[in-house]
Write a protein that binds this ligand. Structure first.
Ligand SMILES: CC(C)(COP(=O)(O)OP(=O)(O)OC[C@H]1O[C@@H](n2cnc3c(N)ncnc32)[C@H](O)[C@@H]1OP(=O)(O)O)[C@@H](O)C(=O)NCCC(=O)NCCS
Length: 163
């Protein structure tokens, strides 16, 4: 664990190359079909929004979002298991929403496993809505599992604001 002298607070910052071993470790501990470290490195190389929440050198959570002209796509969001249910997932998501609004995208898309109730709850509470299903999208213990396709319409948010 990180020394308490290093920092007693968590900070959100850009992901660095030096974070990748920890990010890949959390990913392996979390997902049945984890991204390899090289996929995270590619996201950095592509200039995607790659963020970590870290206490000193200890990575507690990470998130990755690709921003295009009109839309953003949340590609990954994960909290280290011992830090879950303490608000970090929502903090990361809120940060991504802020970045997407600043980039003036209209929509934010993501896919989530049908059975991933904590994540579905988090996204729905942030006004993501289901727009479709990808059949057998993820590998699972029973074979394959569907993904929900969710979207948050930032353009609708803007109209509400203007009314
Ligand atoms: C999904 C995940 C990111 C949520 O992060 P977290 O830090 O645990 O969540 P938070 O503490 O910010 O809580 C956010 C909301 O989700 C709810 N929630 C979190 N974990 C939950 C659980 N296990 N069961 C039910 N609800 C849960 C919280 O109650 C909260 O809702 P509320 O504000 O209405 O009470 C985290 O569980 C995780 O990393 N899971 C593994 C990776 C993953 O599934 N990523 C998403 C892939 S699309």
């Amino acid at each position: 664990m990180v020394s308490t002298l290093e920092s007693s607070h968590s900070y959100l910052r850009s992901m660095q190359e030096s974070d990748l071993p920890q990010v890949a470790e959390i990913e392996r501990e979390t997902f049945p079909s984890p991204w390899p470290l090289s996929s995270f490195r590619q996201c950095l190389d592509f200039g995607y929004c790659c963020r970590v929440l870290a206490q000193g050198s200890l990575v507690q959570a990470y998130a990755i979002m690709a921003v295009e002209v009109d839309a953003a796509h949340i590609l990954n969001l994960c909290v280290r298991s011992e830090f879950r249910q303490q608000g970090e997932g929502r903090q990361m998501l809120n940060h991504l929403l802020k970045l997407a609004r600043a980039a003036q995208v209209k929509d934010i898309f993501l896919e989530v496993r049908v059975s991933n109730h904590p994540a579905v709850h988090l996204y729905q509470s942030a006004d993501f809505v289901k727009i479709g299903t990808r059949k057998d999208y993820y590998p699972s213990e029973k074979g394959r599992e569907d993904a929900l396709i969710l979207v948050k319409r930032l353009s609708a948010e803007k109209l509400e604001f203007q009314d």
